[in-house]
Design a protein around this ligand. Sequence first.
Ligand code: GAP
Length: 458
Amino acid sequence: MNKVTMDTIINYAKRYGFVFQGSEIYGGLANTWDYGPLGSELKKNIKDLFWKRFVQESPYNVGLDSSILLNPKTWEASGHIDSFNDPMIDCKQCNSRHRADHLVENHDETVLADAMSINELEDYIRKHNIACPNCGAKSFTPIRQFNLMFRTSQGVVDDSTQDIFLRPETAQGIFLNFRNIERTSRMKIPFGIVQIGKSFRNEITPGNFIFRTREFEQMELEFFCKPGTEKEWFAYWKDESRQFLLDIGIAEDNLRMTDHEESQLSHYSDATTDIEYRYPWGFDELWGIASRTDYDLSQHQAHSEENLEYHDQVENTRFIPYVIEPSLGVERLFLSVLHEGFSEETLENGETRVNMKLHPALAPYKVAVLPLIKKRHRDMALELHKRLSKHFMTTYDEAGKIGKRYRRQDAIGTPFAITIDDESKEDGTYTLRDKDTMEQKRLSETELIEFIKRNIQF
Ligand code: GAP
C-alpha cells in the first residue's frame, strides 16, 4: 500500500512544475490551479490515452466537442435547475460554510449522508452534537439547498441579456447532438459519443488539492443502447473502465468498486457504481459509471419538441435509447497517477532518488538528451535533441553532474535518458539508460528511435 502523503504530492507537483496555485502573484484565487510545463503534458497525455482507448480503438464510439454554453432550456430539461443542489450549512460562530452531508460523513463514514433529507441531516447534526470543523462551535444555521451551477449572462445590452449557465457536466452537449451524430455518422445502436472538456460547479467545499475544484475537466462517454440491454452494457463499461485504469498503471489494490444504494442515486439514474481510488485520505470517487435510463433524451424530446427517437430499421421499431455513462475527472486521474507513481528509493551507493513511476505513454518527456561533457558534446547533443523531438517529447539538460541530471529525469518520470560521449562522435552510437532498471546499452540513432517508440506504446 502506498503511504505517500498529500503534502508530499502537493510539494512535488509544485517543485517540478506540474501544478501551481492559480493567480499566485495576486495571492491566489481560492481552489484554482494552473498546470505547468510538466503538468500540462501529463494532462494532455491522460486525455490522449482516454481518447485512444474509448474513441480510436473502440468499435462503438465517436467523438464530439460541443459548446460549454448551451441553451438554458437544456438545464430545465436535464433537471439541473431543480435538482443539482447540495445541502449548505453555516457556522454561526465563525461563518464558515460547509456541506451538511460532509459534516455527517466525517462524523461517521458508515452513514449514507447523501441519501438523507434536509430534516434528517439537521436532526443528525443536532443529535450527535457535531462541531464546526473550523472553530469547534456547535451552533449552525438551518440547512439551505444550494444550486451548484455557475450563472452568467450573455449579450451586451442590458435589456437583451440572457441568463445562461456554464455547463456542470459535458454530458448534456452530447444529448443535444444525439440526433445530429446518429444521422450524419450513420451510427447504428448500440453506439457511444465521447466528449472531453471543461465543466464548472460552484462547489460549497472544494478541496483536497485538485480533487474537488470549481473548474475541472471531464472525460465522458454516453453510450446509447436498446432498452432491455442496459444491464449488460452497464457491466461491459464498468469492466472497460476498470481495465483502462489497470492498463495505465493503477494497482488493483488501490481500486474499489462501490455501488450506490437506491436512495443515493441521482435524479436521472437507476444504477450507479463508483470506481474509487485509495487517495491519501482513503478511498474516494475517481470515476462514476451511471445507468441513465432514457431520462435525458426523453426530457430533451419533451422540452424541445423534437423527435429524438431512434428508428431501428432491421426490426422496424422506434424507441428512445437507454444510456450508460462512464464519467471521469481528468484532475482526479492526474492526482491518482502522481500518487500511485511517487516513490523514494535508496540506491546501492546510499543515495536516495525520487522515482516517478509513470506509464511511459503518460510521461511528460519520453527521453532526455544529456551531453556527458558540456563543452565537448554539446553540439552533437543539441543536434540529436532536434531530430528526436520530431518523434516524441524530448528534453535537453547540460547543467551539472551527469548523476544529478539522471536524478532529475527520474523524478519527473522520463523513462529514458541518452548520453552523448566521445564514442558517439566516433561511431554514432549513444548510451540509452532505462529509468527503472538503470540498465544502460549502446544503440545507434535508428535503433534507439525504434526502441523508444516501441516502449512508449499504449
Ligand atoms: N455526467 C455525470 C457526472 O457529471 P458526477 O459523478 O457528478 O457525474 C463525474 O461527476 C466525475 O467528474 C466524477 O467521478 C469526478 O471524477 C469528476 N468530478 C465531479 N465533480 C468534480 C469536481 N468538483 N472537481 C473535480 N472533479 C470532479
